[in-house]
Design a protein around this ligand. Structure first.
Ligand code: SF4
Ligand code: SF4
Length: 405
């Protein structure tokens, strides 16, 4: 990772209004659109329409949507579906209790200073496949209020468990280890063709395996762990708190190393870890001028305005100051496209690093102290995330150097 000591830090990365309430999974776009399409409560029913258009484009021989393109995506997604299917609490391999660790390990705590435990956990996360890792003190506002049916309740004591009526997370699980895996930027760059879905699917498969491995490691160290993919708590604000990046206009996290071309996941734990600090590398100022994602979004789901204090959109989490995205319109485009979309990630300059053409596209540039994207591009090149052949041309995005998986 680029050392966060080379960036400014923020104490309060979010402005949260009085009306804020924990968000239910049932208000997410995937569930909302599934319900509107079929009348059924679930996460995947919206896929029916997408698959119909996938089949149509395949039969018509549409370039980028052929059967072999979709087959490559299906293989990339297999581990994701087997491990946790994008993430449901206590589901499949995302178990909230020990799976393979013998009691001789799980019943005995490794007691070390928090700084040592933090170093060990971050190293383990890297070995298991994380490209970025940070620690956040768990802010309960970011824990979903309920999953599809059962509420997620924060309890004063006890163990993490699922009962007949609820999911129970003890307040002692007060740390989130937040991780990112980088997606293949070249694949993402083909969006909305199926090759970009494949880059996303590989990201999901890798994040599931890494979350489960890290949870078992923590249990073998004698502590409790809840492995999560998209489930249980909102990954983006946790990642902001853990110093992995900043929220951008496109509604997702922008990291200094890979821009928005990452997938996020986390493990909640009671291991006493040292939290990281949120970073400020100029994303909000840059996004105010840039607008590229909003201009290129095929469904007009991204705002051209300044960040808003709240939103009345059905699928958004209101009373947090940010750029709100129209999740339903976005997903309707995925259905029409016959595959997922990542065009906002593909056009974001933080995915690629500075190119001089962007100076013409940032038509309202108000930069006073140097362009944030240029500063970030220098840092990425310095720390081995980009290769710059000729300054001002599109740099080459280097593949992450992974220790393990
Ligand atoms: S994924 Fe595609 S449709 Fe959705 S917001 Fe991004 S660019 Fe728009
Ligand atoms: S494309 Fe531009 S406006 Fe959109 S998130 Fe990236 S930097 Fe921000």
């Amino acid at each position: 990772m680029i050392p966060r000591s080379e960036m400014k830090t923020k104490n309060e990365p979010y402005v949260v209004g009085q009306g804020y309430r924990r968000f239910p999974v049932t208000s997410q776009a995937f569930v909302t659109v599934s319900m509107k399409d079929t009348g059924k409560l679930g996460y995947m029913f919206w896929l029916d329409k997408m698959h119909r258009n996938m089949g149509r484009k395949m039969m018509e021989g549409t370039e980028g949507y052929l059967q072999e393109d979709n087959a490559l995506d299906m293989g990339a997604n297999a581990s994701n579906l087997l491990v946790g299917a994008y993430g449901f609490p206590n589901f499949q391999m995302l178990k909230w209790s020990t799976m393979v660790v013998p009691e001789v390990l799980s019943s005995h705590k490794v007691v070390r200073p928090p700084e040592d435990l933090t170093r060990l956990v971050k190293r383990a996360a890297g070995i298991y496949g994380a490209d970025l890792v940070g620690v956040a003190a768990l802010d309960e506002r970011w824990v979903y209020s309920k999953d599809m049916v059962k509420p997620i309740v924060i309890t004063e004591d006890g163990i993490p468990e699922e009962t007949d009526d609820e999911f129970r997370i003890p307040r002692s699980m007060d740390r989130a280890i937040v991780m990112a895996v980088a997606m293949d930027a070249k694949g993402i760059g083909t969006s909305p063709a199926i090759e970009s879905s494949t880059a996303t699917s590989i990201g999901y498969s890798r994040m599931g395996i890494t979350a489960v491995s890290l949870a078992e490691y923590i249990r073998a160290m004698g502590y409790r762990a809840i492995p999560c993919m998209n489930d249980t708590a909102m990954s983006i604000p946790l990642a902001v708190d853990a110093g992995l990046g900043e929220l951008g206009r496109l509604g997702i996290l922008i990291t200094p190393e890979f821009g928005p071309s990452v997938r996020l996941f986390k493990v909640l734990t009671d291991m006493p870890l040292v939290p990281d600090k949120p970073v400020d590398f100029g994303v909000e100022i840059f996004c105010k001028n840039c607008l590229l994602c909003a201009e290129h979004c095929p469904s007009d789901s991204i705002s051209f305005d300044l960040p808003k204090e709240t939103s009345s959109l059905e699928t958004s989490n209101p009373y947090v100051r940010k750029w709100y995205i129209n999740g339903e319109k976005c997903l309707r485009f995925w259905q029409e496209n016959g595959g997922s979309c990542a065009t906002c990630i593909a056009v974001c300059p933080f995915t690629w690093g500075f190119e001089s053409i962007q100076c013409f596209e940032c038509t309202k540039c108000e930069t006073r102290r140097g362009c944030e994207l240029q500063v970030n591009t220098h840092l990425r090149a310095k720390h081995g995330y980009l290769h710059i052949e000729s300054y001002g041309e599109r740099p080459e995005v280097l593949r992450p150097r992974r220790e393990g998986l």
